[in-house]
Write a protein that binds this ligand. Structure first.
Ligand code: NAD
Length: 267
């Protein structure tokens, strides 16, 4: 039995992860962590997920629970994820990081941590999105230099970061396939007299509305034809299922930094 600790357990993804753990043979929730001022602290997990008393209380301190889990699955926010990483690194615990919006310095900390522990980081744990990453890379290699490339994403109105981590990952993959540096060719905003489209750029558009779980379209447009690669997530369960698959896969790794392409054997 793999014991999973969930950081951000009362959040949208946390709740979906609890349900996924309950429905998946071979995994169990070993610990549930929330922010110190969460109303759930000290209460049992069943206060949230229903069912019988499980003796898994919400904790504010991951360090106090390192004996209760094998893998931490973290869907919180960048600063909480980095704090949790330090705890996992010190305790020799594996990590699956779903949190998006990590900046360059935070990514470097994750990178350094992976010298000691095994970490899967993926801005999108869905199997379909990770297949689309592969398709976008192929499309970029075949038609990319001759096309205008735009990445359009839509998410619910409460999402904190933009563009989505998934959209940025599409951008990195496409830029990498074309030998470009995303930092130099990304266009995040257009307003006013923008003039003609600058060749070689990759544009991003973010829609924030309602309860959209997560849509992404990569558009390759040239004179006479367009290719669109679209993925739509209709439930968070798809991310939770991917995260648990990553948690099971990572039990076979001692250290190193991995993503869902590794987990799914798409490398
Ligand atoms: P959410 O706001 O619903 O949940 C986040 C939870 O983290 C909240 O319950 C919050 O109280 C808790 N939290 C905050 N600080 C904490 C701390 N220090 N310790 C423990 N818990 C803490 O957000 P969400 O929609 O569940 O998304 C969470 C993150 O996951 C975001 O970065 C989002 O972009 C990302 N996400 C990734 C994927 C993926 O597939 N990788 C999918 C969906 C969302």
């Amino acid at each position: 039995m793999i014991r999973i600790a969930i950081a951000g357990a009362a959040g949208r993804m946390g709740r979906s992860l609890i349900e996924a753990c309950d429905a998946t043979p071979g995994v169990t929730v070993g610990a549930a962590v929330e922010r110190a001022d969460s109303p759930f602290i000290g209460r049992d997990l069943c206060a949230l997920a229903g069912g019988n008393e499980r003796s898994v209380p919400f904790l504010a301190n991951l360090a106090a629970a390192t004996g209760q889990f094998d893998v931490l699955v973290d869907f919180t926010n960048p600063s909480a994820t980095i704090a949790n990483l330090e705890v996992c690194r010190a305790a020799g615990k594996r990590m699956v990081i779903g949190t998006t919006g990590l900046d360059g310095a935070q990514r470097a900390i994750v990178d350094a941590g992976s010298r000691d522990i095994a970490i899967v980081v993926a801005p999108n744990m869905s199997i379909g999105v990770n297949l689309c990453f592969k398709l976008a890379e192929l499309a970029a290699r075949v038609v990319g230099d001759d096309t205008d490339i735009e990445i359009v994403e839509a998410h619910h109105s409460q999402k904190k970061d933009a563009p989505s981590g998934t959209a940025l990952r599409f951008g990195e993959i496409i830029a990498g396939a074309l030998g470009r540096d995303l930092r130099a060719c990304a266009v995040y905003k257009r307003e006013g007299e923008t003039g003609p489209r600058r060749p070689g750029t990759i544009g991003f558009e973010s829609i924030r509305a309602g309860d959209i779980v997560g849509d992404h379209t990569v558009l390759f447009a040239s004179a006479g034809e367009r290719i669109e690669i679209t993925h739509r997530a209709s439930t968070r369960a798809t991310f939770a299922a991917g995260a648990l698959r990553a948690a099971q896969w990572i039990m076979g790794r001692e250290r190193g930094l991995f993503d869902m392409q590794d987990v799914l054997g798409l490398r």
